[in-house]
Design a protein around this ligand. Structure first.
Ligand SMILES: Nc1nc2c(c(=O)[nH]1)N=C([C@H](O)[C@H](O)COP(=O)(O)OP(=O)(O)OP(=O)(O)O)CN2
Ligand SMILES: [Zn+2]
Length: 149
């Protein structure tokens, strides 16, 4: 895997962990303004997760790298993103759920943070980077109010 440098997020936690992964998936954007992207096509998404926290768990992990891969890669690899309810057109504000790079990044943050909320050592996901093509990527950073506690 290509090792890359990513935008840094400022924080005061003791530990910061980063997990890279690749994801092969297809999608289409169901809006005529999306031009050629209205047609179904595929990407090898490159994803980087930044997790931070002050305490380690009983295994000495902030969070298991493998768990992070399972949350994202296991769920979406070799899939059509539009098939998932998170990216469905039937949602109330459907443009906000089209599988654009922005929405994919936000959705990954929601899925990851939901799992982290179950951990006693309370790690938090501070940044999700999703690269859709060699020249295009999005960084999603949650605001304080996006965390449940
Ligand atoms: N803000 C966004 N803009 C675009 C998105 C998106 O998700 N968010 N998506 C697309 C397309 O789906 C496409 O996959 C990526 O577009 P683009 O970077 O233009 O792809 P190219 O490989 O053609 O880029 P070049 O730099 O011209 O090689 C479009 N816009
Ligand atoms: Zn695309």
């Amino acid at each position: 895997m290509l090792h890359q440098f990513y935008p840094q997020v400022q924080h005061e936690y003791r530990y910061e962990l980063n997990k890279d992964m690749h994801l092969a998936a297809a999608h289409f954007i169901p809006a005529s303004a999306a031009g050629k992207c209205t047609n179904i096509h595929g990407h090898t998404y490159v994803i980087n997760l930044t997790i931070a926290g002050d305490e380690l768990n009983d295994t000495g992990f902030l969070i298991d790298f493998k768990l992070l891969k399972d949350i994202v890669h296991k769920r979406f690899d070799h899939s059509l993103l539009n098939d998932y309810h998170e990216f469905g057109e039937s949602q109330t504000n459907s443009a906000d759920t089209f599988p654009t790079t922005e929405v994919v990044a936000r959705t990954i943050w929601q899925l990851v943070q939901r799992e982290l909320d179950q951990c006693d050592n309370k790690p938090c996901c501070l940044q999700v980077l999703v690269r859709e093509t060699p020249t295009s990527y999005v960084v999603y950073r949650p605001k304080k109010g996006d965390f449940s506690s």
